[in-house]
Design a protein around this ligand. Structure first.
Ligand code: SF4
Length: 392
């Protein structure tokens, strides 16, 4: 019997050895992973026993614009024989991507409409999104930015970001910059450092966040060299994106621990995905595993209505039901907020189970996680005290 590590390694080696046209030997481990990523239907078929739906999906993906990229590492977490594998469903396209459902949008968060400078999106007064590249290690089939990721633009040259930096200088109310893409950790360290250095010359920028799925899909990218290069730019937060416990491999956990050891707060946003993680047992295992890896589960995101992803989307009520089931089962530090990012870019709305059963004057009846009904009594408001005016 092989250990999980041995089996991952053997799948990894099989994938690399089956891509002879790609150069596997040069560069660092993470660069080799990207160079040897699975990108074609033929390569997919060499690694996975594909269903008819996946075969059709792969051909369609390559022909119609939302490409395939799967690192050998991430492929090694997937089941080569099971199309229902939770990792596989996140990275292998199916024919359902060709279906446009009611409510689907190309740009569900209205990012194009909220662009305030090239590559800079502002939907809230105090924070912006800097889209620094269209590349990712793995193209997730549920991606909100499927309209642009892998589109061919690649990394944005730093001089092309000058108008975005100028906008930030002119808008000191913006205090938080989320560097995203694509994936900012798919950039070279040198290019990323140049972007961060420029941001740190703007005094009003207090926090910088890196929105990255690299700890999940390419954990070998979290090198000592990267951490040393990023450390001067603290406070620098890492917002990552684990969706299933299978993704919490030894390598991924180690990557998160290295980030935490280097002083980066690491937060996780999980997307609620139909048939992948929409069960309380799966979410509980995931959130507990994240906390053990020193990653704070931050958001559970209702999936955005991206065109061609309705097969992965749950009804809004499902997330609320799951949160009600998790409440009380999970320690507070493992409980994320359930969020719906409203279509059209109108902003995030937190959702929660309805626990208020009744309201009276000075009294609210609440339902606990055990189903008990408990009254909470408000304090009696007395008249404001102050110097007596009697006799004045
Ligand atoms: S890593 Fe992020 S930006 Fe890239 S495909 Fe996945 S969800 Fe989209």
């Amino acid at each position: 019997m092989t250990s999980p590590g041995q089996s991952e390694r053997s799948v990894h080696l099989r994938i690399v050895s089956q891509a002879p046209e790609k150069k596997a030997s040069r560069g660092t481990a993470w660069q080799r992973q990207i160079r040897n990523a699975i990108t074609t239907p033929e390569e997919l078929a060499r690694v996975f026993r594909l269903s008819e739906s996946e075969k059709a999906g792969a051909v369609r993906a390559v022909a119609e614009g939302f490409p395939i990229s799967i690192t050998p590492y991430y492929a090694s977490l997937a089941d080569a024989d099971d199309p229902n594998c939770a990792v596989r469903k996140q990275c292998v396209p199916t024919h359902e991507e060709g279906i446009t459902a009611l409510g689907d949008l190309v740009d569900p968060l209205g990012e194009t409409d909220h662009e305030v400078a090239p590559h800079l999106v502002q939907r809230y007064p105090d924070r912006v999104l800097l889209l620094a590249t269209d590349r990712c290690a793995v193209y997730c089939r549920f991606c909100t930015r499927s309209r642009m990721v892998g589109g061919g633009g690649g990394a944005v040259p730093v001089d092309k970001l000058a108008p975005a930096f100028a906008y930030l200088r002119e808008h000191p109310e913006v205090r938080d910059v989320i560097v995203s893409g694509g994936d900012p950790l798919a950039l070279s360290t040198d290019r990323l450092v140049r972007i961060l250095r420029e941001l740190r010359t703007i005094p009003s920028v207090e926090t910088i966040r890196l929105a990255t799925r690299v700890p999940v899909t390419l954990p070998m990218r979290i090198t000592g060299e990267l951490l040393r290069a990023l450390r001067p730019f603290h406070p620098l937060w890492v917002m990552t994106h684990f969706n299933h416990p299978k993704e919490l491999s030894r390598e991924a956990v180690r990557a998160c621990e290295k980030l935490a050891d280097a002083g980066f707060p690491v937060m996780n946003q999980t997307v609620l995905l139909r048939g992948i993680n929409d069960r309380k047992e799966v979410l509980e295992t995931l959130f507990r595993g994240l906390v053990r890896a020193r990653v704070r589960p931050y958001y559970l995101l209702q999936m955005d209505p991206v065109r061609g992803t309705s097969h992965l989307r749950t009804p809004l009520a499902k997330g609320v039901e799951l949160m009600a089931e998790l409440q009380g089962r999970l320690t507070g530090i493992a409980m994320p907020k359930l969020i719906c990012d409203t279509p059209g870019g109108k902003g995030k709305v937190p959702l929660s189970p309805d626990v208020v059963v009744d309201r009276g004057v000075g009294r609210t009846t609440l339902r606990t996680f055990r189903g008990e009904l408990v009254d909470y009594i408000d304090p009696v408001q007395s008249a404001p005290s102050g110097p007596s005016l009697v006799g004045a």
